[in-house]
Design a protein around this ligand. Structure first.
Ligand SMILES: C[C@](O)(CO)[C@H](O)COP(=O)(O)OP(=O)(O)OC[C@H]1O[C@@H](n2ccc(N)nc2=O)[C@H](O)[C@@H]1O
Ligand SMILES: Nc1ncnc2c1ncn2[C@@H]1O[C@H](COP(=O)(O)OP(=O)(O)OP(=O)(O)O)[C@@H](O)[C@H]1O
Length: 289
């Protein structure tokens, strides 16, 4: 009962992202239909879980600016309690490293790590697909974090096909401005009717042809993102992840990426990380079992 479990909660990048229309029916009605390539980064947050026998859920520390009850970690844990009827609870420790609202999927990743950890500690035995179905209501990126493989995604990001992508080093830059995902998806000028392409075509055309349909709108509404994009593009091919605010530039070596990081003369948050095709969460779980 006192077994503790410490697990990574990695970041994701959208290596490309097209918006091809809107979902007409079902729970995601009105959401935009995407085609995207997800890849994980070898860095992220860390979560530790210890079961409690009184049913309480306790998270520490809190995330500044996020209401405790809205925290996706507690929402994921509560969802699993409701689904299973378990009388168990948990103490959860969070080491938050990923910037909030950066397009790195930190909240969705935290939710996915929580679902997998508590499924194990509470001995529920749910399949990953069942956890992904539960998790999709918490965030569109939860299913890929549960799959744990780089993937081509359609729908709102829940129809997943595993892929093997190149694994470069990235310099990830957060220009210090918070981008509102709803504001981007509501913007009249957003490119929302890209012609659908096949996964094979996207992969065959390769990284040099990949784009993010949100980028022009985000840069128009947030000049700080446009400025960081222009600066970073001077060194290496650069794209926005999700709806931003983070940008990522692609390098062949960690040294090259670190050198460019050192040249930053703005008040931006930046880190070097590698793209990986197996989620560090699943790599850690694989080592345990
Ligand atoms: C853009 C991505 O980062 C790509 O990985 C994700 O799809 C974003 O997913 P997410 O963080 O779960 O998005 P949310 O923060 O729940 O979305 C906020 C709002 O953006 C709009 N939204 C979001 C995703 C989507 N595919 N279509 C949308 O229209 C919806 O109005 C939604 O209520
Ligand atoms: N545990 C959590 N970690 C991060 N954000 C959380 C968490 N719980 C709730 N949130 C809320 O969710 C919002 C989105 O967080 P997240 O870091 O997932 O955004 P993101 O990186 O833009 O993700 P995406 O690419 O999925 O849009 C945050 O601004 C915050 O208000």
């Amino acid at each position: 009962m006192n077994e503790a479990l410490t697990l990574p909660s990695p970041a994701k990048l959208n290596r490309m992202l097209h918006i091809t229309g809107r979902i007409e029916a079902g729970p995601q009605r009105g959401y935009h239909r995407l085609q995207t390539l997800f890849q994980f980064l070898d860095i992220g947050d860390t979560l530790s879980f210890r079961p409690r026998d009184d049913g309480e859920l306790r998270l520490s520390p809190q995330i500044s600016g996020v209401n405790e009850q809205d925290n996706l970690i507690l929402r994921a844990a509560r969802k699993l309690q409701e689904e299973s009827g378990t009388r168990l609870g948990a103490d959860i420790l969070l080491d938050k490293r990923l910037p909030l609202g950066g397009g790195l999927g930190g909240g969705s990743s935290n939710a996915a790590t929580t679902l997998l950890a508590l499924d194990h500690l509470w001995d529920l035995g749910y399949s990953r697909q069942h956890l992904a179905d539960l998790g999709l209501a918490l965030g569109a990126d939860v299913p890929v974090f549960l799959l744990g493989r780089a993937a081509w995604a359609e729908g709102v990001g829940e129809q997943l096909t595993p892929v093997e992508l190149d694994t470069p080093f990235f310099l990830v830059v957060h220009p210090g401005v918070s981008v509102s995902t709803p504001a981007i998806f509501q913007a009249p000028q957003l490119t929302r009717h890209s012609p659908p392409i096949t996964m094979a075509r996207a992969l065959q055309r390769g990284a040099s042809s990949w784009r993010n349909d949100c980028e022009a709108t985000v840069c128009a509404l947030y000049p700080q993102v446009a400025e960081a994009r222009e600066w970073l593009s001077g060194f290496a091919p650069t794209l926005l992840t999700g709806t931003g605010a983070c940008l990522f530039a692609r390098f062949d070596s960690a040294d090259q990426a670190a050198w460019v990081k050192q040249q930053i003369d703005h008040d931006w948050q930046a880190f070097v990380a590698r793209g990986v095709n197996v989620s560090p969460l699943h790599a850690a779980l694989g080592c345990r079992h």
